[in-house]
Design a protein around this ligand. Structure first.
Ligand code: NAD
Length: 253
């Protein structure tokens, strides 16, 4: 028994990519989900909700810009109000931008950290006050945040490195309350973010990059989601303040 059936999870950035794959995995595992979405983004929250319901999941989508503390608090409140409790929080929302050091403005820097680092803090802070013993949190970092230097992405890398420090410290801080905090470090995963040609790779770049990965291909969103599901289940009951790299061997060579 992995302890998941009957639990309630919030996922930021939950209507696309890794977040949506996780919502689908939770639906199959009997976990109800509240999916936060960025009101300005093109991803269709209703389509995500339909897909999760098709898997038998109880689900709601709520507008929650992770730059807005009150909106993130409301996201966590929605789980408690609509589903009666909050057991799992996954800080998945994130943006990817490219900027060489000479072009990296203070505004770009702050905008990146506001979403990819402070956005994680906002969700974990909101969630921990609404959780009881047995709660579990996961934040999504990146290989760029720990084990892989990525030219022209210093702000992204700094934010994702910050996530690892946040998780390690909060894991220790919340352990006495029975709340676990871990991170996943995805490598190259095919999602709307990595497919967006305005970012670094685009569809062509992604395909080409796959050949250089020991596994011979880029990863799928559900392959990251399964690791997050594991980390938030009772199968990982003694795992906290850690991170798991999910990269097909990319950073091990
Ligand atoms: P994605 O773009 O599908 O997912 C990111 C989600 O975050 C989107 O739904 C987007 O709307 C949401 N978001 C962006 N800004 C937001 C805001 N201010 N408030 C609320 N939501 C916001 O791409 P993904 O690859 O599934 O990304 C999920 C996470 O995985 C991100 O944190 C990303 O940095 C991380 N990651 C992805 C890869 C990869 O190769 N795809 C690699 C390493 C890390």
């Amino acid at each position: 028994d992995d302890g998941l059936p009957g639990k309630v999870a919030v996922i930021s950035g939950g209507v696309s990519g890794i977040g949506l794959a996780l919502a689908l995995a939770y639906a199959r595992a009997g976990v109800a989900t509240v999916l936060g979405y960025h009101p300005g983004d093109p991803h269709d929250p209703e389509a995500a909700v339909r897909a999760v319901r098709e898997q038998g999941g109880r689900v709601l989508a709520v507008p929650a810009d992770v730059r807005d503390r009150a909106a993130v608090d409301q996201l966590a409140d929605t789980a408690v109000r609509e589903f009666g409790r909050l057991d799992i929080a996954v800080a998945n929302a994130g943006i990817l931008r490219q900027a060489a050091l000479a072009e990296l403005s203070d505004e770009d820097w702050h905008a990146m950290l506001d979403v990819d680092l402070t956005g994680v803090l906002r969700l974990l802070r909101a969630a921990h006050t609404r959780m009881t013993s047995g709660g579990a949190m996961v934040a999504v970092s990146s290989i760029a945040g720990g084990v892989y230097g990525w030219a022209d992405h210093a702000h992204y890398a700094a934010a994702k490195a910050g996530v690892l420090g946040l998780v390690r410290s909060l894991g220790v801080e919340l352990a006495p309350r029975g709340i676990r905090v871990n991170a996943v470090i995805p490598g190259l995963i095919e999602t709307p973010q990595s497919l967006d040609a305005r970012n670094s790779l685009g569809p062509e770049g992604l395909r080409a990059a796959g050949a250089g990965i020991p596994a011979g291909r880029v990863g799928r969103a559900d392959e990251v989601a399964r690791v997050i599901r594991f980390l938030t289940s009772d199968d990982a009951a003694y795992v906290t303040a850690q991170h798991v790299v999910v990269d097909g061997g990319l950073t091990a060579r």
